[in-house]
Design a protein around this ligand. Structure first.
Ligand code: UDP
Ligand code: MG
Length: 136
């Protein structure tokens, strides 16, 4: 049965500033993701805080929001069968040191905080995150 999904992907500041955006977009395309929409933006800190509000009780929350708003990011709506899970697989573990060979975070990630990409973790959060960046 077909299960066409959309998920939100972000190329984070560490990857954008190393000019890896085009290379990472090509990896998505090579893995059958269609990039439906994309834009390069820079968030204000309060916007990053809103985006990551599920993590507001975590010790890394403030640094995370400072980091996500520290430079340009590329946000994309990706579409394919099982896009949410397949994107998480392609990204690899949160900590690049623990990410499997062939994953984006293994290849491009610098550290657990500068891990190059974000991807929605459920179809429900994908809808919320897509609306956050692309509604209107
Ligand atoms: N993060 C961090 N320190 C940690 C855990 C997470 O800096 O100990 C950052 C990291 O950039 C991660 C983001 O917070 O991508 C969101 O954390 P989450 O657990 O949701 O990981 P993800 O879903 O991105 O794999
Ligand atoms: Mg997450």
């Amino acid at each position: 049965m077909s299960n066409l999904e959309q998920t939100l992907s972000i190329i984070k500041p560490d990857a954008v500033e190393r000019n890896l955006s085009e290379e990472i977009k090509q990896v998505f395309k090579n893995n059958d993701f269609k990039i439906l929409k994309e834009k390069k933006i820079k968030l204000e800190k309060h916007e990053a805080e809103k985006f990551y509000q599920v993590h507001q009780s975590k010790p890394f929350y403030n640094d995370l929001c400072t980091y996500l708003s520290s430079g340009a990011i590329v946000v994309m709506i990706l579409e394919k069968e099982n896009a949410v899970l397949d994107n998480r697989k392609l990204m690899g573990a949160t900590d690049p040191l623990k990410a499997e060979n062939g994953t984006l975070r293994k290849k491009y990630g610098v550290s657990i905080d500068k891990n190059s990409v974000h991807g929605s973790d459920s179809t429900e959060n994908a809808k919320i995150e897509i609306d956050f960046f692309f509604k209107n």
